[in-house]
Design a protein around this ligand. Sequence first.
Ligand SMILES: [Fe+2]
Ligand SMILES: [Fe+2]
Length: 203
Amino acid sequence: MDWHIDDYKAEFLRIYNENIHRAGADKLLEWLTNKSDFFYAPASTKFHSNRMGGLCEHSVKAYYRFIQNLQNEYEESEEGWEGVLSPESAAIIALLHDLCKVNTYKVDYRNVKVNGEWVQKPYYTTEDELPYGHGEKSVYMISGFMRLSREEAMAINWHMGAYDLRVQGGSYALSDAFYKFPTALLFHIADVQTTYLDETVDK
Ligand SMILES: [Fe+2]
Ligand SMILES: [Fe+2]
């Protein structure tokens, strides 16, 4: 799949508009498009999809992985995965899980030598004006526009799994969350699969 930044944006909008119909969803999309850098931001400063549009690309790819994981896990169940999680919830979780990264990346420049000449090379730094955390911040931001179900909030809140700083600080809540909300675990796995199997790093 050799897609351009605009292709990921179009695909994000297609998945969003086909699946998410909740009150407030239109306002959230309007904010993402006009008041945020969501469609231009990178997914990280120097790790996965560290380029313009990387955040949108990561979110779309996480959606594909999540649907795949849901299909694999619930293929035996009578109504399939849609009997366990609604397509609307799947889209909300995957497309919006990293909203916390919106408006936090800044472009800076460093001097590097290319063929004996000093040139200015752009790189990303972060400046978080709303230091609320990671998954918990995404939940907070989305909730400003629309109501999340318990299952959606859990999956978004805990999407970092054991990489979450709360877990590293000693919290045991994560494993309780994964036992009680298995779709949260399936999404965490999708997030990791996307990051390491489907995305690239620009050096
Ligand atoms: Fe994340
Ligand atoms: Fe992510």
